[in-house]
Design a protein around this ligand. Sequence first.
Ligand code: IMP
Length: 445
Amino acid sequence: MANVIVVGAQFGDEGKAKVTDLLSRNADVVVRYQGGSNAGHTVVVNGDTYKFHLIPSGILYPGTLCILGPGMVIDPKAFITELAALKKRGLDDSQLKVSATAHVTMPYHLAIDAAEEEARGDKKIGTTKRGIGPTYADKCDRTGIRIEDLLDPEAFRAKLEWLVPKKNIILERLYNLPPQDVETIYREYIEYGKQMAGYVADTSAIIFNSVQERKNILFEGAQGTLLDLDHGSYPFVTSSSPSAGGACVGAGVGPTIIDRVIGVSKAYQTRVGEGPFPTEQFGEVGEKLRQTGTPWAEVGVTTGRPRRCGWLDLVLGRYAVRINGLDCLAVTKLDVLDEFDEIKVCVRYKDRRTGQVYENLPSMAGAFWRMEPVYESFPGWRQPTSDCRSYSDLPAPAQRYLNFISEQLDVPVAIVSVGPKRDQTVVVEDPIHGPKRVLTVHHHK
Ligand code: IMP
């Protein structure tokens, strides 16, 4: 029995879905604990590509209990559409559960997300416009609608009658947008409630029972550490807690049940949306990374936006190890680097203004923007790695690159992904039952 959290160690899009899919083979329960349809998880099975936004990718394994946890925000229309498409492809939804207390993304959240982005002008965040921020804002404001409200027509109508006029003041007066209508929303969302009712459950209790029964539980993170509301590159973050701590709050479990935390990092770095990205490459290197990100170029799964690309940033890697307490790392998309003569990796930052050098991300306002990467350079291996299935199959320079990452971050690299397919994977050591990480004593500097 092992309960495992899989988190993104970068800015999201690390290839978590492939790693989650690999680990789901031995999981009895897969839980999404935060975020909503802003996520885009791609899994390739037997040549078929599946793209998930809300539903845990564990649904690919019949019999695996798949949970949308209370920390999520759910757009019911997106949920129903995604589920219908998966069912059409023959996937079994009998083990799918949705938390009664997850929050609902309403039409006014979608409208406000888009309007706020527009109004921010050159200070925009670059959100996915899926209503994520406004839905979580209402949750914190204690004016949110929860999934259970969609199952209670009277209470739902009363909430809408109170909330919609308030939202209309924002829409009309602040953003010059048309008002929304209580009756129209009521009818549409009560219908969604009816369609979702069969899936709605007290998911925290279900997970607790699974723990008691010694089942294997996998907590599937969306987005990444640097997009975490508390620990990311604020304000260029999402509005939830993708980092490992968020799994307990978002799923409704105690930290004592967690056995292991696995971080997922690409062999390089990408970011979608605005915000600091010290190792970003604008010229030929950035374009080559973007175009090579196989089999689809580096383009956002949810929004279709081209991803910003750059060299691997180990300062941020160290930060992700600290924030998540990572036990081991899965390094993905190593094959994307196959054709590079030289591979750079950022090992330190230098403050452009003061010249001070940092091994760890300094905690001070605006610092992120002033950081200039200090690189170490590695020779490329200039040969395909997609057919490698063991560590010794990997070219020596690729092994050196991976060893360097592991040494610098002080965590073992347990999995290396060399392509999108399930079998294009090198398992270096057991990611779940490997030795518990012993923290090296060194001062944070
Ligand atoms: P939001 O989550 O739509 O509010 O967007 C906030 C920021 O997080 C933007 O920079 C998005 O591009 C980014 N973001 C949200 N979800 C993902 C994801 O799944 N992958 C990568 N970036 C994401």
